[in-house]
Design a protein around this ligand. Structure first.
Ligand code: FUL
Length: 479
């Protein structure tokens, strides 16, 4: 009897040794599919930036100036870029992209390559430079600075000539990318109208891209087709609920017609990392005009736009045009400030930080690995909760000591390892102890933010229903 007890104990001991001992550092999951570049990773973290349309159209009321405007009409009476930057910062925006040149060809900097610029205007006696003032203001307010330079140029006589115009445009690009400090994003639209005598310009995008890479290697390039950021396929302020950060960029080009659905959803099996940016204006038009002063979007609409863009894993580029005084109009100031207040109120307290976090599966099986559940609340986007490779459905649970009333849940994947999740839902435990489904979604990617509206909740579960490889979740916040 003694001996058989001993044998049994030995067998149990051996078995225990065979079921792998808990690993302190099981290997990290291998990346799944394409992954973001360093510059794309930095861009994802920005979430929301401000777009500024400003130029000769501000003084004519046009949306697309014809290029024949007399530069003397550009004469803002009290231009103050610090006011623009302060407002952007107050509203929680992290960078500003300005129309250095729109389709009318008028340059907001004193370009040596054309007379059609601020240097031919009475503003600051012809010595002004909006890009200088704005880039300085951005630095002072700790915002990033970016430029929109329209390849379509309705003023330049070379437009439509082919190489000659492309060289002109590349030189302009070099000008704005070498004189104003770091540029975080270069924005190209695909508009390609006719030049003099109906001549069509074939843009040399590979050349334009190489100039950006050479002068500002950190900058992300936006266009319908990337190479770093894609257009979301609409200008109404929403991303797609199912949003893959992947595209086959070789099948796209700036201005491509009929592909807006693909641009909205991304392509599940796309070969390249190409996240979507949502550009939308706070007014009906992109440029300021007095007639639209009463049609500035309300803080509630801005909040809805934010949930449907940033909340769906896109970045938001919110256009706030500058008025003919050279200032943000009073209507925008009111709306943007109120929206900023709403955000500060909504995200004041992350309840997930106060919860006890557990998972029903953990990579390596031990409670002590690098991939434990509490990595989702450590405030470090480089760490994450992960499961073993074979586990593609699993759950995280947040238990609260006292009942809470969560209104919003925010979930982020560790996208440095690719985009994985394609179905998830959220459950809440009510005061009766029962779990109920309160939200659901498909993709997560850089982030998915959903409204909850729960009262008397004692627990929240984030259930990953389907993932293309083991889920790697870097953050869960509950507000
Ligand atoms: C488009 C332009 O044609 C519009 O005028 C505006 O600038 C918008 C953001 O991009 O391509």
């Amino acid at each position: 009897m003694v001996q058989s007890t001993f044998i049994l104990a030995s067998i149990l001991h051996m078995m225990n040794q065979q079921t792998a001992p808990p690993l302190e550092h099981p290997t990290a999951p291998t990346p799944f599919g394409p992954v973001p570049s360093a510059r794309q990773m930095r861009w994802h973290a920005l979430e929301s930036c401000m777009f500024i349309h400003f130029g000769v159209n501000t003084f004519t009321g046009e949306e697309w100036g014809g290029g024949r405007e007399n530069p003397s009409i550009f004469n803002p009476s009290s231009l103050d870029c610090r006011q623009w930057a302060r407002m952007a910062k107050d509203a929680g925006l992290r960078g500003i992209i300005i129309t250095a040149k729109h389709h009318d060809g008028f340059c907001l900097w004193p370009s040596a390559l054309t007379e059609h610029s601020v240097k031919s205007s009475p503003w600051r006696g012809g010595k002004g430079d909006v890009l200088r003032e704005l880039s300085d203001a951005c630095r002072a307010e700790e915002l990033l600075f970016g430029v929109y330079l329209s390849p379509w140029d309705r003023n330049n006589p070379k437009y439509g000539s082919g190489t000659e115009y492309n060289d002109y445009f590349a030189s302009q690009l070099r000008d704005v990318l070498t004189n104003y400090g770091p540029v975080f994003e270069v924005w190209f639209d695909g508009a390609c109208g006719e030049g003099p005598d109906g001549r069509r310009q074939v843009y040399d995008f590979p050349k334009f891209i190489s100039v950006v890479r050479e002068c500002q290697p950190q900058a992300c390039i936006f266009s319908d087709a990337g190479p770093d950021l894609r257009w979301v396929g609409n200008e109404s302020g929403y991303g797609s609920e199912t949003n893959w950060d992947r595209m086959n960029t070789k099948d796209f080009y700036p201005g491509i017609p009929g592909r807006n659905e693909d641009l909205a959803h991304g392509q599940r099996d796309g070969a390249d990392w190409l996240p979507a940016e949502v550009d939308v204006s706070i007014r009906p038009g992109w440029f300021w005009r007095a007639a639209e002063d009463s049609r500035v979007k309300s803080p509630e609409t801005l909040e809805k736009i934010w949930f449907e863009s940033v909340g769906r894993g896109c970045n938001l580029l919110l256009n706030v045009p500058i008025d003919s005084r050279g200032l943000v109009a009073p209507q925008e100031l009111v709306s943007m400030h109120a929206w900023g207040e709403k955000q500060r109120e909504m995200f004041a307290k992350d309840l997930a930080q106060t919860a006890h976090v557990t998972a029903n599966a953990t990579r390596g099986g031990s409670a002590q690995t690098d991939f434990v559940a509490k990595r989702v609340t450590d405030g470090d986007s480089s760490t994450y909760w992960a499961t073993d490779d074979a586990v593609t459905s699993c759950a995280l649970e947040f238990a609260f000591t006292n009942p809470v009333s969560p209104k919003v849940v925010r979930i982020e994947e560790a996208i440095q390892l690719g985009q994985r999740v394609e179905a998830f839902h959220v459950e809440a435990r009510g005061s009766d102890g029962a779990w109920r489904r309160v939200a659901e979604g498909t993709t997560i990617g850089s982030r998915r933010i959903l409204r909850l509206g729960g009262e008397g909740v004692t627990g929240i579960r984030v259930v990953i229903d389907q993932s293309r490889a083991c889920p790697c979740i870097s953050r869960v916040s509950i507000y």
